[in-house]
Design a protein around this ligand. Structure first.
Ligand code: FES
Length: 155
């Protein structure tokens, strides 16, 4: 390789941003896991752009994503147990639904208010992957999502 080509190449590399140091644009869909890695009734924790996210596959096979920290003591929810369509924290047993709402505190009285919730993320499964939208959830529906035609529709 000629010296001037090497110089030009090195010069252009100075302008390439280190992706590890740049922020991501939150208003896109990002694949965080392979579908086959989350069996029914299981949850896994993922770290994405500085956020801890738990991906949950319910007993019926649906997927949802929440911030991976219990509203009570910040314990990672992925260490909890998936019961039916909800996930239960492993520490004191608070139960969250797919919207991130705490729907049960086992030791709370019947009329006790349950004000706590955790953030939920728009989440969808396609092409054998699980995608999460970390930005403003109101923009998720209109955000670009890759369309890969089925094999029989490809030319
Ligand atoms: S830390 Fe989750 S229920 Fe207490």
């Amino acid at each position: 390789m000629p010296a001037n080509t090497i110089a030009v190449t090195l010069e252009s590399r100075k302008n390439v941003a280190d992706l590890r140091k740049t922020g991501i644009h939150p208003e896109h869909w990002y694949p965080l896991a392979r579908s086959r890695d989350i069996k029914s009734g299981k949850a896994i924790g993922k770290s994405f752009a500085g956020e801890s996210i738990v991906l949950v596959r319910t007993a019926s096979g649906k997927i949802f994503a929440l911030e991976d920290r219990c509203a009570q003591r910040q314990v990672p929810l992925h260490a909890g147990v998936v019961n039916g369509e909800q996930i239960q924290c492993c520490y004191h047993g608070w139960v969250y639904d797919s919207n991130g709402s705490c729907v049960n505190i086992p030791y709370a009285g019947k009329n006790e208010r349950i004000p706590h919730s955790v953030r939920s993320y728009p989440c969808k499964e396609a092409y054998g992957l699980i995608f999460v939208f970390p930005g403003d959830r109101n923009k998720a529906e209109d955000a670009f999502f890759p369309h890969i035609p089925a094999k029989e529709d490809r030319h």
